[in-house]
Design a protein around this ligand. Structure first.
Ligand code: SF4
Ligand code: SF4
Length: 96
């Protein structure tokens, strides 16, 4: 069940369908998920190359985020790297 402070982004990659869920209260805008994602795609740390984009407004506390269509759910990896490396444990995956 998704609580009020959690938002979901649908992902649909071949046989894997579900939602990546972000807990907006826990998120600190640290960008680690973005760097982990770019490392998956391009073996470099680059926010620009990430499929997940997370931005925290430090004044309002509002988190904006999205997952682009080039998310391949970490094809070839055993785990979703954005979820695995979030230091605040605020990302999760819920299969459909
Ligand atoms: S790694 Fe976690 S805390 Fe950091 S920006 Fe991403 S979702 Fe937010
Ligand atoms: S599941 Fe993998 S490819 Fe998709 S946003 Fe997360 S790190 Fe990037």
């Amino acid at each position: 069940m998704i609580t009020n402070n959690q938002k979901a982004a649908k992902v649909d990659v071949k046989e894997t369908k579900g939602e990546i869920i972000l807990d907006e209260i826990k998120c600190r805008g640290c960008n680690t998920c973005m760097l982990a994602c770019s490392f998956h795609h391009a073996s470099v740390f680059s926010r620009e190359l990430s499929s997940i984009k997370v931005s925290l407004d430090y004044i309002t506390g509002k988190v904006s985020w999205m997952i682009s269509s080039n998310c391949d759910l970490c094809k070839g990896k055993k785990e979703f790297l954005c979820i695995k490396h979030c230091p605040y444990d605020c990302l999760s995956f819920k299969p459909f």
